[in-house]
Ligand binder design. Structure first.
Ligand SMILES: *Cc1c(COP(=O)(O)O)cnc(C)c1O
Length: 389
C-alpha cells in the first residue's frame, strides 16, 4: 500500500519548482491554507429558518460565517451575499433554480464561443428541465451581436440571460444588455467565475453587479481561493430564493473551514485587489504580445485580452502541435498549462512576477521545443509572494 502522506509530500515538492499558467487556478496564501487545515474542516453548522442551529458548539463558527459574509458584501459592495456554494457550478445551480422554472428557456453564450459547458443543452438544462438558446456572438471581435441578440431575446423571452464565459477576454456592454433584458422580461445573471478577482479589483467589468440581478462565480480562479462559489445580489426577494435553493437542494454542509479561508482571502482582496488586478491586466498584455512577437500565434491582437487570459491560436497547430502537445511540451519544462489553448496570469502575478518579456521568451522557446528548465528555475528565483496580509 502506497503511503498517501508521502505522495502528498512529493506533490508539494513538485509544486515548489513549477510555474503555473493555468487560467482557472490561483495560489493560496499560507493563512488561507491554515484555515483550511483547522478543526473547522470536520464541523457542521446549520442555522435553520427559525434561527435555531441544528448543531451544537457552533457559536464561533456562526461568527466566522457572518464575518465572511460581511467581508464579501463589502468587497463587492453588494447588499446580499450567498457564500455557501462549494463551487461556481453550484452557485450557478442555485441562481438558476431561483430564476428559472421547468420548461422555461435561458440564453447563454455558446461553448464554441467560449461559453461555459454547464449551460449547454446536455448539462444543467437537462438536469433542471429548461432549454438553452444561444446568444449571437461575433467570434472575431469577441463581442455579443447586440442587435441580433435583442431580436432573438424579444422572440424567445428567456426567463434568464446568463452571461460569462470560460474563455473570457473582453467585457460586455452591460447597460445595453440590461435594457434588452428589461424589454424581454428576463433576469440577468453574470457568471464571473473566471474574473471574480478582477471584478473585485475593479479592473474588469466593474459594473457587473450594477446591471445584473445576480453576480456569481468561483472563488479560486482570479479570486484568491479557496475553491468554492458565491452568488451576490442587491434584490432581497432573489436573495431569499438563493438561500432556499442551497441547503437540501444543491448541497447540505457548506464546509466551515472553506468559508473561514474565503473570509481571509476576501480580506486580502479588500487590501490588495485593485493593485493585484491592475498587475494582472498589464502582465497579460505584455506576455501575450511577447509570445505573439516570438511567433506563437495569440488570438485577438493587437489588444489580445482585457482579462487574465491569453488564448492561443489554432494557427500554432501546424508549427508547434495542438493544444495538448503544447501543454505537454510546457509541462516537460515545469510550466503548467491546460490542454485547451488558454494561458492565465493570475498565479504568476500573485508571485510578484512582472518581467513578462523574459517569461514570454522562455515560454515561446519551450513551445518551440527547447529545454528551458534551468531558465524557469532561474526565473522563479525572482518570485516573491505578494498580496497576502
Ligand atoms: C469554472 C467555471 C464554472 C465552474 O466553476 P467551479 O468553481 O469549477 O464549479 C462555471 N462557470 C464558468 C464561466 C466557469 O469558467
Amino acid at each position: 500500500m502506497a503511503s498517501i502522506i508521502e505522495m502528498v509530500d512529493n506533490y508539494g515538492r513538485y509544486r515548489r519548482d513549477v510555474l503555473n499558467l493555468q487560467a482557472s487556478e490561483n495560489f493560496l496564501c499560507s493563512h488561507v491554507k491554515m484555515a483550511l487545515g483547522t478543526d473547522l474542516g470536520g464541523r457542521y453548522s446549520h442555522v435553520m429558518p427559525d434561527g435555531r442551529n441544528a448543531y451544537g458548539g457552533t457559536e464561533m463558527i456562526e461568527n466566522i460565517f457572518n464575518e465572511t459574509e460581511k467581508t464579501i458584501k463589502t468587497l463587492y459592495n453588494s447588499k446580499f451575499a450567498e457564500i455557501r456554494p462549494v463551487g461556481g457550478h453550484i452557485a450557478a445551480e442555485v441562481a438558476l433554480l431561483s430564476t428559472v422554472k421547468k420548461n422555461d428557456t435561458i440564453m447563454a453564450i455558446a461553448e464554441e464561443n467560449g461559453g461555459y459547458t454547464g449551460y449547454m443543452e446536455n448539462y444543467l438544462p437537462q438536469m433542471f428541465g429548461f432549454k438553452t438558446e444561444l446568444i449571437p456572438y461575433n467570434e472575431e471581435k469577441q463581442e455579443i451581436e447586440y442587435d441580433l441578440f435583442e431580436k432573438k431575446a424579444l422572440e424567445v423571452k428567456p426567463a434568464a440571460v446568463v452571461l460569462g464565459q470560460s474563455f473570457i477576454v473582453k467585457h460586455y456592454d452591460l447597460a445595453r444588455i440590461r435594457e434588452i433584458c428589461d424589454k424581454a422580461g428576463s433576469k440577468l445573471i453574470y457568471d464571473g467565475s473566471h474574473v471574480m478577482g478582477l471584478i473585485a479589483g475593479k479592473k474588469f467589468q466593474p459594473d457587473a453587479l450594477k446591471y445584473s440581478d445576480i453576480l456569481l462565480g468561483s472563488t479560486h480562479k482570479t479570486f484568491f481561493g479557496p475553491q468554492g462559489g458565491i452568488a451576490l445580489t442587491n434584490d432581497v426577494e432573489l436573495y431569499e430564493k438563493l438561500k432556499e435553493n442551497v441547503v437540501w437542494k444543491t448541497m447540505d454542509n457548506y464546509h466551515p473551514n472553506r468559508v473561514a479561508a474565503l473570509g481571509i482571502a476576501a480580506q486580502d482582496l479588500i487590501t490588495f485587489g485593485e493593485s493585484y488586478a491592475g498587475w494582472i491586466v498589464s502582465n497579460t498584455y505584455s506576455l501575450a504580445r511577447t509570445l505573439n512577437d516570438a511567433g506563437i500565434g495569440i488570438k485577438y491582437g493587437p489588444w489580445y485580452s482585457e482579462s487574465h487570459q491569453i488564448l492561443l491560436s489554432k494557427d500554432n497547430f501546424s508549427k508547434y502541435g495542438d493544444f495538448r502537445t503544447i501543454s505537454t511540451k510546457l509541462g516537460n519544462n515545469r510550466i503548467i498549462a491546460d490542454t485547451e489553448g488558454r494561458l492565465g496570469t493570475a498565479e504568476i502575478t500573485r508571485l510578484g512576477l512582472t518581467d513578462m518579456v523574459t517569461l514570454g521568451e522562455i515560454v515561446a522557446d519551450a513551445i518551440k521545443g527547447k529545454d528551458v528548465r534551468s531558465r524557469i528555475t532561474e526565473f522563479l528565483r525572482n518570485s516573491n509572494i505578494k498580496f497576502c496580509r
